[in-house]
Design a protein around this ligand. Structure first.
Ligand code: NAD
Length: 450
């Protein structure tokens, strides 16, 4: 554990910019090695997806923080209420101290480093615990960070089981956890014993709602991509689709055609990412088998019995029609390329369906009719929303990323991350001219005069 002196000055702007530049070089000097390490962990990970969804995103966060850090660090003016004038109020950001980051495997680079960027920009020391499911990545990150940083600035731990459980119990000044809702509960409990504040970026079932006014071809293409990026192992992937009953079959056929167009039917397709482990592969097989056994219709763009799917640990994209609420596929987060498509009678039924479940991390709405769109926006609560596409609200650097309820608490990205990892300290500067002393005792009849 990093020991620090409480009176140590916070790193200044130059020091923080230097740390951000060093973090950038951790990635820039090892780009190809990171792509290969992540591929080794997954079995196969599309090199393009590692580039756009991990490396570019980290570069963009660093660029943005570097550009705006001076402004973020400057104490903000806050208005002073009339009765306290003359006086000044400022909100002064200060580092919290040591920030712990627990990350999942699905976007291992982005989900370790994007929180680290916010924490470093805010002047903290950072300790990162990567996932045990990405050992090649974790070893490379540890090595590359070790070359550029003193352990008292940024440290990457090992990934052994006992480190995971012990880590959440350390007395951090802030703990950032990205992962499942189940483990998020354990982490919050462990952190609570130290009164360590937590940011929890969790998962869940994110719906896509197709309105009667939607262009089905457009929606099918965008949902196919949102679902199959990283083979569906994306926290904000559309988990299931609600579509007007009369368009159900036609829409599902269109999604299937788009999946085939984008990722073909050959399991050795370089663009299509493998499932991270045999256990997760078996879990997805179990979800599909359970749905089929209970009478759901399975629709696949490629022949699933081709042996190379399993040999490459690639899961054939799968649409499930007629899924019911009791099927496992509608009860747990799917986290793979399996998409239940459910029919709804009208928009009100779609809204009620979403509201009968935990608040989702993301919600997607497709359509042209503004009033229907605004009705969904007003009557549902989710971590974020993209209208007429999937995933893109996540990539908006000025917008906060975070869930709500069972999908998480707290936010990061850009300035939101800087603020999460800072103590925003209110400071009141009294003026020698103001009349606060009028409030001091003896009170006499003063209250009556206020
Ligand atoms: P996970 O919860 O199994 O593991 C996440 C991390 O927690 C890993 O590093 C793991 O080693 C660690 N961990 C496990 N047990 C622990 C314990 N008892 N105490 C402390 N740490 C522990 O999640 P996962 O399988 O790695 O990732 C998939 C999940 O993450 C999905 O639910 C997905 O939706 C979610 N996710 C959320 C976001 C987001 O931004 N909200 C992003 C990516 C993934």
């Amino acid at each position: 554990m990093i020991v620090r002196s409480r009176s140590e000055p916070a790193p200044d702007l130059a020091e923080r910019l230097d740390r951000l530049a060093r973090l950038r070089s951790v990635v820039a000097d090892n780009e190809e090695r990171f792509r290969q390490a992540i591929t080794a962990d997954f079995g196969h990970r599309s090199a393009v997806e590692t580039t756009i969804a991990e490396i570019m995103l980290v570069f963009s966060e660093i660029r943005h923080a570097t550009k705006h850090l001076k402004t973020w660090m400057t104490p903000q003016r806050v208005a002073t209420a009339l009765q306290f004038l003359p006086a000044r109020n400022r909100l002064m950001p200060q580092p919290l101290g040591v920030v712990g980051i627990i990350a999942p495997w699905n976007y291992a680079l982005q989900l370790t480093l994007a929180p680290a960027i916010g924490a470093i920009a805010a002047g903290n020391r950072v300790i990162i615990k990567p996932s045990e499911l990405v050992p090649h990545f974790a070893a490379l990150l540890k090595e590359a960070v070790g070359e550029k940083f003193d352990a008292a600035e940024v440290l990457v731990t090992g990934v052994e089981d006992e480190i995971a459980t012990g880590f959440a119990g350390l007395p951090f000044d802030h703990l950032m956890f990205t992962g499942s809702t189940r483990v998020g509960r354990l982490v919050a409990e462990a952190a609570g014993r130290n009164l360590t504040p937590v940011t929890l970026e969790l998962g869940g079932k994110s719906p896509a709602i197709i309105d009667a006014s939607a262009d089905l071809d457009e929606a099918a293409e965008r949902i196919a991509y949102g679902k199959l990026l990283n083979a569906g192992q994306t926290c904000i992937a559309p988990d299931y689709v609600l579509v007007p009953e009369r368009s159900l079959q036609a829409f599902a056929e269109k999604v299937r055609a788009q999946m085939r167009r984008m990722f073909g039917t050959d399991p050795s397709n370089e663009d299509y990412t493998s499932i991270v482990s045999d256990r997760h592969y078996a879990r997805l097989e179990g979800l599909v088998a359970d749905a089929a056994q209970r009478g759901a219709k399975i629709l696949q763009p490629a022949k699933p019995d081709e042996p190379n799917w399993k040999a490459h640990r690639k899961f054939p994209p799968t649409l499930i029609l007629g899924a019911t609420e009791t099927m496992a596929v509608m009860q747990e987060e799917i986290f793979g390329p399996v998409l239940p498509v459910l029919g709804t009678r009208d928009a009100a039924e779609a809204i009620a369906f979403v509201n009968a479940r935990d608040r989702p991390l993301a919600l997607y709405w497709f359509g042209k009719e503004r009033s229907a769109r605004d009705e969904v926006l007003a009557r549902t609560v989710s971590g974020g929303v993209t209208i007429n596409d999937c995933l893109f609200h996540f990539t908006q650097i000025n917008q906060p990323m975070g869930g709500v309820g069972a999908s998480g608490t707290g936010v990061y990205h850009g300035e939101w991350g800087f603020r999460t990892f800072s103590k925003l300290k209110p400071v009141f500067y009294r003026s020698k001219f103001n009349r606060l002393a009028d409030l001091y005792p003896p009170y006499g009849g003063k209250i009556a005069r206020l």
